[in-house]
Design a binder for this molecule. Structure first.
Ligand code: DGL
Length: 255
């Protein structure tokens, strides 16, 4: 493997940008190839089999056709459905997945009440049940299905009254009880401003972007594949819509 080749970052759409920005912050000298599959988003409403097939197709494109040196699956849903199959198929490649930051939340709020927002696929897959079992201890974990959020982010409507109304619907009934909220989908960090208007400032919002970036750097370092170039970014979106590329760039710069 060539350390000068690209690190692929894959998501069902524009959400993986919340991971990409952490990756770039940590490894500014790397070349990144971001592929968003917006033509097929949202993944979270599909069957596990459908998500697996789409993720394996993206993996093939990025690891075989584009020969990227590593693949970051910047999508909790795709990770839950297909990370094991990807690793079996490409045992010699660096493949990093993302999982909800539930351990961090439980470690930081012993005995607390933790909400976890995620897509339907992530919430029903056994990977999450196993993670909960492992890290929950004396915490109360509340699963929060979040229909409509991914669609809103894909439409670029994160800073709107519609976004706040949707957060009110999902989080309003629990706002008083939560100590922390785990954002178990890479699209959700872009809704933080809307979330804050509902849950206030005292609830800790946690996502897996930074941890995933650190794990990617660790794996590259271990393999002697860390790049040292000036850094570069290619953005591709399966929708073929230039507006999606612009939205990807905007989200990358968003605060
Ligand atoms: N961004 C994806 C995740 O992290 C899911 C979005 C979708 O449903 O397509 O789970």
């Amino acid at each position: 493997m060539d350390k000068h080749s690209y690190i692929a970052v894959f998501d069902s759409g524009v959400g993986g940008v919340s991971v990409l920005r952490e990756l770039r912050r940590l490894m500014p000298g790397e070349r990144f190839y971001y592929f968003g599959d917006s033509a097929n988003a949202p993944y979270g409403k599909k069957t596990t089999e459908e998500v697996r097939a789409l993720t394996l197709a993206a993996g093939r494109k990025l690891l075989v056709d584009r020969d990227c040196k590593a693949l970051v699956v910047a999508c909790n849903t795709a990770t839950a459905a297909a990370i094991t199959d990807l690793r079996e198929r490409y045992p010699d490649r660096i493949i990093v997945g993302i999982e909800p930051a539930l351990k961090l939340a439980c470690d930081r709020h012993p005995g607390g009440t933790i909400g976890i927002m995620a897509t339907d696929v992530t919430l029903r897959e056994k990977k999450l049940a196993a993670l909960m079992e492992r890290v929950k201890r004396d915490c109360t974990v509340i699963r929060l299905p979040s229909p409509g959020v991914v669609e809103l982010v894909e439409a670029g409507k994160t800073e709107t009254a519609e976004a706040v109304a949707l957060m009110e619907q999902i989080l309003g009934p629990y706002a008083e009880r939560l100590n922390a909220l785990v954002l178990g989908c890479t699209h959700y960090p872009f809704m933080k401003n809307a979330m804050r208007q509902v849950v206030g400032d005292s609830v800790e919002l946690l996502d897996g972007g930074e941890g995933t970036a650190r794990e990617t750097r660790r794996r590259l370092q271990e393999a002697g594949l860390l790049g040292e170039g000036p850094g570069e970014l290619i953005i591709e979106n399966s929708s073929g819509d230039p507006a999606k590329i612009r939205l990807t760039q905007e989200l990358l710069e968003a605060k």
